[in-house]
Design a protein around this ligand. Structure first.
Ligand code: T3D
Length: 262
């Protein structure tokens, strides 16, 4: 039983909803633990073949809950390196390492770590009303949860620096046109479209998708020569899956493939 996150099995995938709407789904420690527990469940069950992450209410996630960082009255500043080491970094690593597609439906504002956790997901759809805000500079911090790594790779250094240093909101359509996210969708259609989209991925060749995810993530830190070897190795593994057999058979028989994920 979880208090801060709702998890629901749907059509082959796990729908995870951040659920602290009165705080715009800001992260406290419980939400970190519960979200990670849900991701572990998605990883360990073979019949869960994708994840869809979204937020309850009008926001996706406002990053760290700043009411847990109240230093008025002389409280000592907490060691934020420790929170990154123990909470945010393991979360980002878990999303990136999960061998299944992780889709994010950004239903409203995504600020601070909330924005960067969305970017850590494999495919991001956002409601037209959503905003991505690198809010860190407004409180004297640096973008974390992978922000300074994801942003320049996705949108280039010039835009990354401006967003990070100004904390200006970026709307969903601009985020699409800059290549930050996959798609912007009318608000009323976001969840339905994201569910259909995730169900389709869940019905895909899961092992091949996991290998694809890993290859694309590794590409930015590896020279072409080494990467060609990695593609060779991955294709060797993909070529031995039941889903490859089924995919080729379905093509030859002019029918839709029925992938089992194995
Ligand atoms: O600390 C560490 O461990 C290091 C890690 C840091 C990671 C981080 O994420 S640092 C960045 C933290 N996040 C922010 O700085 C964002 C703060 N929030 C905002 O700037 C704005 O709330 C938004 C731009 C996200 C949305 O603005 P708006 O005008 O739509 O809503 P609002 O009125 O500001 O917020 C609505 C309520 O949510 C409000 O509460 P109230 O007045 O109705 O009782 C507001 O205080 C609360 N809220 C919003 N964000 C947070 C929050 N409460 C706690 N923490 C928040 N981050």
């Amino acid at each position: 039983d979880t208090q801060t996150v709702l998890a629901e099995r749907q059509d082959g995938f796990l729908l995870i909803t951040l659920n602290r709407p009165d705080r715009l789904n800001a992260f406290n420690e419980t939400m970190h633990h519960e979200l990670r527990q849900c991701l572990s469940e998605a990883q360990s069950h073979d019949d869960i073949r994708a994840v869809l992450l979204t937020g309850a209410g009008r926001a996706f996630c406002a990053g760290q809950d700043l009411s847990d960082r109240d230093m008025r009255g002389g409280n000592e500043a907490p060691d934020l390196g420790h929170t990154l080491e123990t909470l945010y970094n393991p979360l980002v690593r878990q999303i990136r390492a999960l061998p299944k597609p992780v889709v994010c439906a950004v239903n409203g504002v995504a600020a601070g770590a909330g924005a960067n956790i969305a970017l850590a997901c494999d495919i991001v759809l956002a409601a037209h009303s959503a905003r991505f805000i690198q809010a860190f500079s407004k409180i004297g911090l640096v973008p974390d949860s992978g922000g300074t790594w994801f942003l320049p790779r996705l949108i280039g250094e010039a835009r990354a620096k401006a967003l990070a240093m100004t904390g200006e909101p970026l709307n969903a359509e601009t985020a699409v046109s800059w290549g930050l996210i996959w798609k912007a969708v009318p608000d009323m259609e976001l969840l339905k479209e994201a569910k259909t989209f995730t169900a389709q991925l869940a019905g895909g060749a899961t092992k091949g998708l996991a290998l694809t995810k890993q290859l694309i993530q590794d590409a930015s830190v590896q020279p072409l020569d080494r990467h060609l070897d990695a593609e060779r190795d991955a294709q060797r593994v993909a070529g031995k899956t039941a889903d490859y057999r089924e995919g080729v058979a379905a093509f030859l028989e002019k029918r839709h493939a029925r992938f089992s994920g194995s």
